[in-house]
Ligand binder design. Structure first.
Ligand code: SIN
Ligand code: CO
Length: 382
């Protein structure tokens, strides 16, 4: 796959970050010149039959707000009986399943890996789409095949009002202030919560590179889970110096101070917090089925000239560790490594992956990579 030299035309990634990222929409005509669809329709429809593909079918029936949402997998015959227009098939996390789609993430290689979520692909018959909606994260909507008309409202929605009693989240009060028809290779970047409405003009395919922004509640919840796992179940509140209180109804300061100290002790240590954050952010969103895991070793898998790399963009991350060490976060585990492995690990995560020639520097590292391959965190692409 040939990646575009810049995804933003004349605008550099640095300019994009400074002027548009999380700030305002950007339409780039010819963002991906000569884009070749890595998943033409027959292969895309076939993918929808896989139980490990997250596919959804949305059909817009005659009448006002008459939407039907079906969850996959879908047998091939499903699509033979579909109407000529007004339906769309969406598959999330296609980058996890199709190496050539994983390659597409190279177009946004200036973003931190943990900020990337997935590549979602949609096919829409004429008039098809998912309705006017907002997303809570940044998205790069690349037109892959055919034409799609995008209408957006550039002012981010603060509080959305949705159409009631339907299975899809569609804005009840969408009023566009921009309107474009995108052709293959054109790209529309949208910051979070910018309302958008895409309708296929003829059949079309759209590739959405979606970002990831944990909610405060999700982050706290995940950190709490970590803290609970690490907490000493025997440690308990104690007050051997208890004085008779003025009021027995009051909590008193002691228990509040104890709680504050507890939280400070747990979170106050920077190194511990870093470990927890890396653990949380690299956690796999779903476990890979046992029978989908490789049976060969990494060395065997690389023997034919393949390259090993993370199967999912945010699952393998790095951070400087204490005393000049390096922390590798892999699928929710933290591994402290010698900093001399940095160039190799950067190649694994940020580059095109490692080849057979990259193994053999260190036995422990080879074993670690082999384990990560065996558990599906790393994959080998041809
Ligand atoms: C689509 O591809 O139909 C929807 C993509 C999006 O709105 O995020
Ligand atoms: Co959207």
């Amino acid at each position: 796959m040939t990646l575009p030299s810049s995804f933003f035309g004349d605008i550099t990634p640095e300019q994009f970050l400074a002027e548009y990222w999380q700030k305002k929409p950007l339409l780039v005509r010819g963002a991906w010149p000569g884009f070749v669809n890595p998943l033409p329709l027959p292969a895309f429809l076939k993918l929808a039959s896989r139980p490990d593909a997250m596919s959804r079918l949305l059909i817009q029936h005659e009448g006002r707000h008459n939407w039907e949402l079906r969850e996959g997998p879908f047998a091939a015959r499903t699509f033979k009986t579909m109407p000529d227009s007004h339906w769309t098939l969406l598959i999330q996390e296609v980058d996890r399943l199709v190496p050539a789609v994983r390659d597409m993430l190279g177009a946004v290689d200036f973003l931190p890996k943990w900020r990337l979520d997935d590549v979602m692909i949609s096919y829409a018959a004429n008039g098809g789409g998912v309705g006017a909606h907002i997303d809570n994260y940044d998205v790069f909507l690349l037109q892959g095949h055919g034409l799609r008309r995008w209408q957006i409202n550039t002012t981010p929605v603060e509080e959305e009002v949705l159409i009631e009693d339907i299975d899809v989240s569609i804005l009840a009060d969408f009023v566009p202030d921009r309107d474009w028809v995108l052709e293959p290779g054109d790209m529309l970047y949208l910051p979070p919560r910018v309302a958008h409405y895409g309708v296929a003009e003829g059949e079309c395919m759209t590739f959405s590179i979606g970002c990831r922004a944990p909610s405060e509640a999700d982050m706290l919840n995940a950190l709490m889970e970590q803290l609970l796992m690490q907490a000493d179940p025997e440690a308990r509140f104690a007050d051997p110096d208890l004085q008779r209180p003025a009021s027995t109804a009051a909590l008193g300061d002691g228990v509040v101070a104890w709680t504050r100290r507890l939280l400070k002790d747990l979170l106050g240590d920077e190194a511990r917090l870093t470990e927890m954050v890396g653990t949380v952010l690299s956690q796999p969103r779903r476990w890979i089925e046992e029978d989908a895991l490789p049976e060969d070793t990494l060395e065997e898998a690389l023997a034919d000239g393949g390259r090993v790399r993370p199967g999912s963009s945010s699952q393998v991350l790095l951070q400087d560790g204490p005393d000049g060490s390096l922390l590798l976060f892999a699928a929710g585990e933290v591994i402290e490594l010698d900093a001399s492995f940095r160039p190799l690990l950067i190649k694994l995560i940020e580059g095109h992956g490692l080849t057979a020639g990259d193994l053999g520097t260190d036995q422990a590292l080879d074993e670690l990579l082999d384990d990560l391959y065996g558990q599906g965190t790393l994959v080998v692409d041809a």
